[in-house]
Design a protein around this ligand. Sequence first.
Ligand SMILES: [Zn+2]
Length: 133
Amino acid sequence: MHINDAVFLEDLCPKFRFRQWRKSIHKFTGKSCIYCGKPSESIDHVLPRSQGGLSTTENCVPACLSCNGDKSDENALYWYRRQKFYDPRRAMAIRAWLEGDLRLAIRLLQWANPNFEISKPNYEKDESEYRAA
Ligand SMILES: [Zn+2]
């Protein structure tokens, strides 16, 4: 295989793959911004692309538009430290995410935000189950 073939295959269906990949990133945090916990509407590069950051899962986190826009081209960890909503647990989560330890990152995010749960049964559902029993 010619070395350029791999690039060509990537180019062939980047839209679909990119969409699936973005979805999976948002799923990790239950669609909440890794920095502030608001609904995530975008993917943020922790190490900006302008500084050589890659579009890999380790370097891409779910972020709200406000955080993503405000952070712009800065390194996320430096930027995050200056924010009013700074939470050391989230900072640890971002670091774990960068190291590829998504499980640890998600656990830290849950710790930072007790309301954060990916498949949270709601109160009404709980009660109907209780009544049925
Ligand atoms: Zn945010």
